[in-house]
Design a binder for this molecule. Structure first.
Ligand SMILES: CC(C)(COP(=O)(O)OP(=O)(O)OC[C@H]1O[C@@H](n2cnc3c(N)ncnc32)[C@H](O)[C@@H]1OP(=O)(O)O)[C@@H](O)C(=O)NCCC(=O)NCCS
Length: 171
């Protein structure tokens, strides 16, 4: 059974967080199409103008034993269930360490959606028996570094990559 919770943004708008569904394809494309160049860069660490097809296929066809993708969906009469955030983890073979990534629509940033997506993603990773969650965050992304540090992640330098920090949380 699919589990969803409704959250308030503090401006009378609300959203639910639920696992991604195959029918979300067009709404995921719309979310990325509307991201600012800066947000795209912070998420993908290079400038992309279009969501890569392989990324889209991967995210819509998850292996739920190892992977998870949650979407934040706006609850509004006029918004046609717009997707306003997405958080995902993948787990490489033969490990119990998953790697997350996250994006929130610029228009809805700083309303707690990124934090809530991370909290739900962490809960699901724990439920799925994973032991650790890691992420690679650009050093020029203080907002994401602050967000994960509030959630208890440790932040470490990476020896051979000065641009990125590795953040990790024992689950
Ligand atoms: C980084 C990112 C995911 C954060 O998402 P977000 O939804 O804005 O995050 P939150 O709202 O939970 O937290 C961010 C800020 O809002 C504040 N906040 C938390 N709850 C809030 C609420 N209910 N109302 C208002 N503000 C709130 C937090 O204190 C935080 O403040 P700070 O930036 O001054 O530290 C988003 O900005 C993004 O998609 N960036 C581009 C992609 C990216 O950087 N991805 C990470 C690399 S994997």
């Amino acid at each position: 059974m699919q589990h969803t919770d409704t959250y308030l943004m503090g401006n009378s708008q609300s959203y639910v967080i639920r696992p991604i569904h195959i029918s979300d394809r067009e709404r995921i494309i719309a979310l990325f199409d509307h991201l600012s160049p800066e947000s795209r860069y912070l998420r993908f660490a290079h400038a992309i103008s279009k969501l890569p097809d392989a990324f889209l296929e991967d995210i819509l066809h998850l292996d739920y034993a190892k992977e998870m993708a949650l979407v934040a969906v706006l609850q509004a009469v006029t918004a046609q269930d717009d997707i306003i955030g997405i958080a995902r983890y993948v787990t490489p073979p033969d490990t119990l360490i998953c790697e997350f990534s996250i994006s929130v629509a610029d228009q809805y940033a700083s309303h707690g959606i990124g934090t809530q997506l991370m909290l739900d993603l962490i809960a699901r990773a724990k439920d799925n028996g994973l032991q650790k969650m890691i992420g690679y965050v650009l050093g020029t992304n203080p907002k994401m570094l602050g967000l994960v540090s509030e959630l208890g992640f440790e932040i470490a330098d990476i020896d051979d990559d000065p641009d990125f920090k590795m953040v990790s949380l024992t689950l």
